[in-house]
Design a protein. Structure first.
Length: 292
């Protein structure tokens, strides 16, 4: 039986993996690279930080590579034991089989990863799609979460479909047709409020070219699903986020998260600028110090 693949070609897969390795070299830290066998397939996990540090799981954003969004949180590597799995079914080195972000699959996947590393409970950080994964854990295995930080979060509320079509989908279709750098720049600028790094633009362009994109967003979480979730939670949103804007996220987050300790909105896009990341990491460190 032919193995499922998210890549359009082996050449494209090699290109994505090359970007991954190059990005890792930009980190001022070393990683253990661990492969964990799970029910859903083999999962590649980047592990770093002091061995005696409290565990902190960081999930990647969707349709990107793990080091790209992991790099946003590098100040946390000094004090916490970081576990950053390549999301199964997304670009990276994990199994390419896609699993549902609407049921308990990602919760069970995470629990198996935690069991491998002998972790009963952990703090979690998730940008974008990664936040949607955390909300699935909060729904089905809330006892696994000591506290959580959701950034530009999927799984709460969507932005304007008209804006997403105009700013993302139309330029993407043109880019896929003719490889126009102008259209790629439009997408990057819309996603980052004109602040995306060149390396990230190049990676996203390669992913758009070589990967069968995950089109299903994580399930929008209902208040009733979080009835047993009591762990301290922080949400950070962008006022200019084309996917999950603050004006949509804030009201819904406060409605479904009875344990929402902090909510912060920045004048940023879906991809934070370096200036915003400095502020975000300070907020995260303060939150973890107080609640973990």
């Amino acid at each position: 039986m032919r193995k499922h693949t998210i890549y359009k070609s082996e050449v494209g897969k090699a290109d994505i993996h090359r970007f991954y390795e190059n990005y890792l070299r930009e980190f001022k830290t070393t990683f253990d690279r661990v492969y964990v066998d799970t029910t859903f397939g083999k999962t590649h996990v980047l592990v770093s930080g002091p061995r005696e540090g409290k565990p902190l799981f960081i999930f990647q954003g969707g349709n990107c590579i793990n080091p790209m969004t992991l790099s946003w949180f590098h100040p946390l590597f000094n004090n916490y034991r970081i576990y950053a799995p390549d999301t199964i079914g997304h670009p990276g080195f994990s199994e390419e089989n896609r699993i549902s972000a609407s049921d308990d699959s990602f919760a069970r996947w995470t629990a198996e990863l935690m069991a491998h590393f002998h972790i009963e409970k952990s703090a979690f950080i998730g940008p974008s799609y990664g936040a949607g994964i955390i909300l699935r854990i909060a729904t089905f295995m809330p006892e696994k979460i000591a506290c959580s930080i959701l950034i530009a979060p999927a799984g709460i509320q969507l932005g304007s479909k008209v804006e997403m079509i105009k700013k993302i989908l139309v330029p993407l279709l043109i880019f896929k047709t003719n490889g126009s750098r102008k259209q790629m720049n439009k997408i990057a600028d819309s996603m980052s409020d004109n602040n995306m790094k060149k390396i990230d633009k190049d990676i996203i362009a390669s992913i758009f070219k070589h990967v069968k994109l995950e089109s299903e967003m994580p399930k929008l979480t209902e208040k009733s699903e979080l009835a047993n979730y009591y762990s301290p939670t922080m949400v950070i949103a962008g006022k200019k986020d084309v996917f999950f804007p603050d004006d949509k996220i804030q009201k819904q987050a406060k409605g479904i998260l009875s344990n929402l300790i902090n909510y912060h909105a920045y004048d940023m896009g879906h991809f934070p600028s370096e200036e915003h990341l400095a502020k975000i990491n300070t907020e995260i460190e303060d939150f973890l110090h107080s609640h973990y």
